[in-house]
Ligand binder design. Structure first.
Ligand SMILES: [Zn+2]
Length: 378
């Protein structure tokens, strides 16, 4: 294999994958409906390794390396060839080569190899450290769209002088502006990190919203929205504006109470929400619940992005479980790639997924279609 070429994603499993299916999937271009930017500055190895540990908020301890993890193994398997190295190259050798490349060249190689036709970029987290949607397009030649974070919007309004009394109308005006923008294709809530899902999802009246906004605005800046009233307000207003809503579900760092982010706790919301597209992100380890919700509600879709990366070789089992009950058209693709976390890796891992569908179900190739990027409403 020439240096720099990607290994074929079906290497090692060609006997199990019908050739017509493999040929079709090699040409599929995915919509990555939830991704962050690539780092725009060089990172050291400690930062790189910390970025491939989702759960811990501490540095990786010295007695271990995250290269020896399912995701680390997948990076060495799929990303090493993008750097001109052999698959499964050692961690030290991988790092020695990677650290010689500047961020723009790394992003150009990794993003270009990911086979993504459009990036839907969440700019709400550490947005000043990572590339903008325009920057993603510049290095990958694929177009980008952006996602508006509801909690960040509320915090921005109150931090920049919107009075609590004016807050409900100002929030609605900002959503209307977003809905009219060709660049913004949806919204996102991180209720999982701020209140968890076991809250009162009733749509609040403006009086209650003003009271909650006054309480938040009186705190030290930067503001951190953690009001269930403001969370429910934001989600219902986004739906009323006709905007799709992404919801962080499950897998994340230890700041969230994972046990309180089961998407079944969203049932009271889903039963009353204006039925705009709801896009459940990540979902692991609640992917089976998410699949049920995707069957139960026409407007609910979901992905297992992020976990697809972290489960490495086990990602095909994850997707098979996610499809226990879900219609195929409801399964989305996302990488949730961030900073130096591998863009290439997630896309290549996902390329193996339909093989799991077909081999697990005994489906004929003709019955297995694209991994539904077109199902994304964002
Ligand atoms: Zn994310």
């Amino acid at each position: 294999m020439p240096v720099g070429d990607l290994p074929d994603v079906f290497t090692g499993v060609t006997a199990q994958v019908p050739e017509a299916l493999a040929d079709h999937l090699r040409g599929v271009r995915l919509v990555d409906h939830h991704v962050h930017g690539a780092f725009t500055e060089p990172v050291d190895r400690a930062t790189f390794e910390a970025s491939i540990n989702e759960g811990s908020t501490d540095p990786v301890p010295g007695f271990m390396t995250m290269f020896d993890s399912p995701l680390g193994l997948a990076i060495r398997r799929w990303c090493a060839p993008v750097l001109g190295l052999e698959p499964f190259t050692g961690a030290d050798e991988y790092w020695a080569v990677r650290s010689q490349l500047d961020p723009a060249e790394l992003a150009r190689r990794m993003l270009g190899a990911a086979g993504i036709s459009r990036w839907i970029v969440d700019t709400g987290f550490k947005g000043d450290l990572i590339s903008t949607p325009e920057g993603m397009t510049a290095v990958s030649a694929s177009p980008s769209s952006s996602i508006l974070r509801l909690e960040r919007l509320a915090e921005d309004l109150l931090e920049t002088g919107t009075s609590p009394a004016d807050f409900p109308d100002a929030f609605r005006a900002a959503l209307a502006q977003a809905a009219a923008s060709p660049d913004t294709v949806g919204t996102k809530t991180i209720a999982a990190y701020r209140t968890n899902f076991d809250i009162d999802w009733t749509r609040p009246g403006d009086d209650a919203v003003v009271t909650a906004a006054r309480d938040l605005a009186g705190r030290p800046h930067p503001l951190r929205l953690d009001s269930p009233v403001l969370i429910a307000f934001g989600v219902h207003e986004a739906a009323a504006a006709g905007l799709p809503i992404q919801v962080h579900v499950g897998f994340g760092d230890r700041d969230l109470d994972l046990n309180r982010t089961d998407p079944l706790l969203l049932l009271p919301l889903l039963r009353t929400l204006t039925p705009v597209p709801v896009l459940l992100l990540h979902c692991y380890p609640f992917h089976r619940q998410a699949g049920y919700l995707a069957q139960a509600f026409d407007n609910v879709n979901f992905d297992v992005g992020l976990a697809v990366n972290y489960l490495g070789p086990r990602s095909t089992s994850l997707v098979a479980e996610a499809l226990d009950t879900a219609p195929f058209a409801k399964q989305l693709f996302s990488s949730d790639a961030f900073g130096p976390r591998s863009f290439t890796c997630s896309a290549r891992c996902c390329g193996a997924v339909p093989w799991a569908w077909s081999s697990a179900s005994g489906s004929a190739p003709a019955t297995v279609r694209r991994p539904t990027p077109s199902g994304s409403s964002t």
